[in-house]
Design a protein around this ligand. Structure first.
Ligand code: ADP
Length: 317
């Protein structure tokens, strides 16, 4: 379990993480989502003692990272993908890490197998593709067989096969009861990988919800309707829980009824209907919408135009 309480990090006048209180539970993949610059990496760096909070705390299994006697056996970490330039083989690289942490040699073979690098274990890491490098990074994170994994943007730059592989691996590791905390700036990716979502913007918590609830809330049921008697149809459909907006002379956007319900109501009222189009908001759009006020305006907008992320907390919090 990872717990942040009032976690805050300032760099000079810049607040990278702003009073964040979250709990990341074991047994599920928790996606840590937010636009670039939202404070995800900073939060993760504080979780593993690479940065000190300005205020508040972040603990892993109830302890500060620096208090672990054998941190590799408690928390596996994959920070942002970097090209590894080393003449060492994958095997030697992992063995060196294992030996400095008192991890037995056989574990190196195990993690190589886990990430599917056994066949290239003798090859120079410097010649690895990005995808192979990510696999090696995960092998390294898994060396100590940790109960908690913290991965910063692990799918960045991977091909679809690599993305699918990481997704399946994370879900398997979570099903074993581990805590899996994985960041991304891509909603669609997280929706397929995570069970729980923690969304941040400008360092603040925006949403803390299950993926299922997020999708349900994001999708809604908006139906675009075209009728020569749009105004009358609008009156027919008006009732509690239904929002009808007129988007043109002969068109309506109806929220709160299915296409079938609208079609039946129109038929009962003898209103001709030319078009009934259910519109689903894409997850990426829903994500953009809840984080739009929290995106950093670094390209010339005056600070006065900045909007607080807290305004979009809404029903997702
Ligand atoms: P994310 O991982 O969500 O993209 P980061 O945690 O990397 O976001 O960054 C959050 C904010 O903090 C950004 O505005 C970034 O520029 C700033 N920041 C991160 N690290 C530092 C640092 N070492 N010094 C100054 N500002 C930093």
């Amino acid at each position: 379990m990872i717990e942040a309480r009032g976690l805050t990090k300032r760099y000079g006048s810049k607040t990278a993480v702003d009073d964040l209180t979250i709990t990341v539970q074991p047994g599920v993949v928790t996606g840590f989502l937010g636009p670039n610059g939202a404070g995800k990496s900073t939060t993760m760096r504080m979780a593993i003692g690479l940065d000190r909070p300005t205020k508040g705390t972040i603990t892993v299994n109830g302890k500060a990272y620096r208090d672990f006697a054998a941190p590799l056996c408690e928390v596996g970490v994959l920070l942002e993908a970097k090209a590894v330039h080393t003449g060492r083989s994958a095997y030697k690289h992992l063995l060196a890490v294992a030996q400095t942490h008192g991890i037995p040699r056989r574990r190196v073979d195990e993690v190589l197998g886990l990430v599917g690098l056994t066949e290239v274990a003798g090859k120079r890491v410097g010649g690895f593709s990005l995808g192979m490098g990510q696999r090696l990074g995960i092998a390294s994170a898994m060396l100590g067989d940790p109960g908690v994994l913290i991965l910063d943007e692990p799918v960045n730059g991977l091909d679809p096969e690599g993305i699918r592989w990481i997704r399946t691996l994370l879900q398997t590791l979570a099903a074993e009861g581990r805590t899996i905390f994985v960041s991304s700036h891509l909603m669609s990716e997280m929706a397929l990988t995570a069970t729980h979502l923690i969304v941040v913007g400008r360092g603040k918590l925006i949403a803390n919800t299950t993926v299922e609830d997020f999708i349900r809330q994001a999708s809604g049921d908006l139906v675009h309707v075209r009728s020569p008697e749009a105004a009358r149809l609008g009156e027919v459909l008006a009732r509690d829980g239904v929002t009808v907006t007129s988007s043109g002379l002969d068109t309506l956007d109806v929220n709160g009824l299915t296409a079938q319900q609208i079609g039946e109501a129109a038929f009962a009222a003898s209103v001709p209907v030319f078009e009934l189009t259910p519109r689903q908001v894409s997850l990426e759009d829903a994500f953009m919408d809840i984080t739009k006020d929290a995106v950093e305006y670094t390209h010339g907008q005056p600070p006065g135009q900045r909007v607080s992320a807290a305004t979009s907390t809404g029903a997702h919090a």
